[in-house]
Design a protein around this ligand. Structure first.
Ligand SMILES: [Zn+2]
Length: 436
């Protein structure tokens, strides 16, 4: 009988203990225990707004945000100081076109929807996210899961909850395409049921349903394939297959807007690209065969262009075809025209189609094609943050922004390849890489 009375009291005590503990901790915080402050110092900092260097910058970080920044600022008492020495500080880099669930091998041979489980691809995505972050990319817009369902949402949530390291992810999950077009498995036995990587949306109703499905399961962006795959590009005129009409794009953009989502369009050029721009997509991806009218439309509609230059440059002898060379030449020409016309260019690479964490080579190509180094860096900071509607949170080193910082040796304006050798990465006030 006695035992029966002790047991409930013991249980009550056990239940109360954590509450009492938390109350004591809350009191301690209320008594004014200063929030944890970290100070990052370096020899130089690039102010991406002005394009000028700041000597001896001091960045004061509290929690996950920057609270003050300036040259030779006084270090607050009790702050942890990270002195990086002779390096240049920059805002964390932003890649507006990646695929953390894609590996280079998936682009060759049987498609990954056939050869790999979604669980395995998620594991690969976790490793990819870490590589991207350690290369200095603190934010990614991940433009579709390439047939891995909503695994991109899982990777994003794991990062946001601190379960795994990785960049801030904005994901688009299931891309919209049409039967026989882009992101369809080609050359397979029609008698065997194999899922296509994309949602196939051959009618307006299906398009709207696909947008809602993406929203329901956590996508941040909607991705459409406004033009078809490489196999439908006319080898003479380079004209790509147009997949969605102007009315289709308008319907998708309107439905996405209902849920406060933006639309990104994969488009090589031709009518498909123009329909996408006129239909109101926020960004146009690739665009290597855009004509002058398409470029004028980009300017007129304020649409961002994410060129993804390096992914089309042949890396193997098999890739080095006549068609590929023509496409790369066209891409360069379009890029140079876009520079002259002041098209809003945001940095994006298609990382995943090539090795994760190696996309800083894109900067070099942008500069080789005639972009000023500071503009190339802005494309991956200021401009990219605007595309993501995150310009008040990321893209610059300013008070109130997330403490996303990277450091490189030397002067990245004099040698843009410095961005390929990131020495230090902080995201949201936490250090993820430091090789001093
Ligand atoms: Zn892509």
């Amino acid at each position: 009988m006695k035992q029966n009375l002790i047991a409930p009291r013991l249980l009550l005590l056990l239940l109360l203990f954590p509450l009492l503990f938390h109350a004591a901790r809350a009191q301690e915080i209320a008594r004014g225990a200063a929030p944890r402050r970290t100070v990052v110092r370096a020899a130089r900092m690039l102010d991406v707004r002005s394009g000028a260097f700041v000597n001896n910058p001091v960045v004061v970080v509290e929690g996950d945000k920057i609270v003050s920044v300036g040259s030779n600022l006084a270090v607050p008492a009790g702050a942890r100081v990270i002195d990086l020495g002779d390096v240049t500080l920059l805002p964390g880099l932003i890649d507006c076109h990646t695929h953390v669930l894609l590996e280079p091998e998936d682009e060759r041979g049987a498609p990954p929807v056939v050869t790999k489980s979604q669980a395995y691809r998620t594991v690969e995505g976790v490793a990819a996210a870490r590589k991207e972050l350690e290369a200095g990319f603190t934010t990614l817009r991940d433009l579709d899961s390439e047939g891995a369902g909503f695994a991109d949402v899982a990777v994003r949530d794991g990062i946001n909850r601190g379960v795994i390291p990785g960049p801030r992810l904005f994901v688009s999950s299931l891309e919209l395409s049409i039967t026989a077009g882009a992101m369809n498995n080609a050359g397979l036995n029609p008698d065997v049921e194999i899922p296509d990587p994309a949602i196939i949306t051959d009618t307006r109703d299906k398009m709207i349903e696909a947008v809602r499905k993406n929203v329901k399961y956590g996508a941040d962006w909607i991705k459409i394939y406004a033009t078809g795959p490489m196999r439908y590009v006319d080898p003479v005129t380079l004209d790509p297959l147009s997949q969605f009409s102007l009315e289709d794009v308008r319907a998708i953009v309107q439905e996405a807007a209902r849920w406060h989502k933006d639309v990104a369009a994969h488009a090589y050029g031709g009518e498909g690209a123009k329909n996408a721009i006129r239909g109101g997509v926020r960004s146009l991806e690739h665009g290597m065969m855009m004509d002058d009218e398409a470029l004028r439309l980009l300017v007129e509609h304020g649409t961002y262009w994410v060129p993804t230059l390096m992914v089309y440059v042949p890396r193997t002898p098999e890739d080095d075809t006549d068609l590929r060379r023509k496409i790369v030449a066209s891409h360069k020409q379009v890029f140079q025209k876009a520079l002259r016309m002041n098209v809003k260019i945001a940095f994006g690479t298609d990382a995943g189609a090539f090795e994760h964490g190696t996309q800083a080579r894109e900067f070099q190509l942008m500069v080789d094609y005639g972009m000023k180094p500071v503009e190339a860096i802005r494309a991956a900071t200021l401009r990219a943050s605007e595309l993501l509607r995150m310009e008040r949170q990321i893209g610059t080193i300013e008070p109130g922004r997330f403490a996303d910082l990277v450091a490189v040796e030397g002067d990245p304006l004099a040698d843009i390849t410095a961005l390929q050798r990131v020495r230090f990465v902080m995201k949201g006030g936490e250090v993820y890489k430091s090789s001093r």
